[in-house]
Design a protein around this ligand. Sequence first.
Ligand SMILES: Cc1cc2nc3c(=O)[nH]c(=O)nc-3n(C[C@H](O)[C@H](O)[C@H](O)COP(=O)(O)OP(=O)(O)OC[C@H]3O[C@@H](n4cnc5c(N)ncnc54)[C@H](O)[C@@H]3O)c2cc1C
Length: 379
Amino acid sequence: MNFEASRAEALDKLNNFIENNLSRYAKLRNFDFGPENRSNISCLSPYITHGIINEKEVIRRSLEKFSFSKNEKFIQEVLWRTYWKGWLELRPNVWTDYLIELSKIREEFKNNQNYLKAVEGKTNIECFNTWVNELKEKNYLHNHTRMWFASIWIFTLELPWQLGAEFFLQHLYDGDTASNTLGWRWVAGVQTQGKHYLASEWNIKKFTNNRFSNIKLNENAPPKLSEKTYSITKKDFNNPQNIEDKSLLIFENNLSFEISDFQNYKFKKVHLISNKNENRSIKLDEKVLKFKSLLIRDQEQRLKNNSIDCEITDISKIKNIENSCALYPTVGENLDYLNLNNIKTDFLFRKLDQYSWQYCNKGFFNFKNYIPKIISTFS
Ligand SMILES: Cc1cc2nc3c(=O)[nH]c(=O)nc-3n(C[C@H](O)[C@H](O)[C@H](O)COP(=O)(O)OP(=O)(O)OC[C@H]3O[C@@H](n4cnc5c(N)ncnc54)[C@H](O)[C@@H]3O)c2cc1C
């Protein structure tokens, strides 16, 4: 399975999945048949994470093929991302605290042999080592495998979840602040306090089609504890007036202007913002940076084809752009950069986020009840 960095490839993957494999998704999605056999899932996350295609587009396309009831599982999964994002937007300190904890733990573990063996794929757990290599080579892991991986990391190898989340973000093409941080917190048992995810030998064997044997795991570990609780921060997600004639900043999470809610506005110029490792708290693998840079170039080309004045601009140059507004980068490294450097710009929020994030104050099971309402706003 390859991830070519273009919108054309993303649309191709989307259409192929909807036409040929969506009908079996609910039944087969939990199986990891190995990196060469991924037809039971969509593999769209590297594109959706970067806004190359978006949730609305994917859900609409799926509803052209099947009714909501036949399609419910897939739509729910697509909207998990929107939910995690909204959950973190309402509690941004979860991300800032994570980075603070990470920098301490990184120092403590830099010579820890268990940690070094884990990231080298040299533990005594064969399936785990295979997944470490797969993550580094393919920059993608199946969802169920991410759950097993994180669980083994935390409960069998007894390593801090914060380091595991960093390892994922460094190597995943779909690395996403919200889905990743909250996914790891969920496995550890600190997201839904007291409820953790324990990987087990029988479950791994069954859902990998018996590709692995001799899986000795700690299947009785208690959840991790955290004294920290996070209350909801009131934030304004309203869009400003008079955005036309401003320069528009687009970050790496919104790389398809043509499907944004703002495509019909006339901006003075579009700046596609690139961000280097030197500005990031978590240093990304070269392949991931390359993937991002190719996606940015692909968007540049599409804008130029539509005669939209645009350029790729390093994040350090934003301070020189006067009178700008930005497609909201969401909680994460790019927003951190703007805040740290006291850069002021007006944020433009997607309608989908404005509408759905109001339902992210509680758990996903509550959010799920609003899914028909959410999709009725655009389908
Ligand atoms: C520990 C852990 C870390 C994770 N880190 C990331 C990450 O950094 N970036 C990321 O995009 N996803 C992350 N996920 C969520 C999920 O594993 C991936 O989105 C999914 O595996 C992508 O594969 P797919 O596109 O084939 O998914 P499909 O099963 O085809 O699902 C379709 C789409 O739904 C969304 N989706 C599905 N499952 C989830 C989920 N559990 N959470 C959020 N969105 C979901 C994705 O956009 C995905 O492309 C993580 C999950 C766990 C357990």
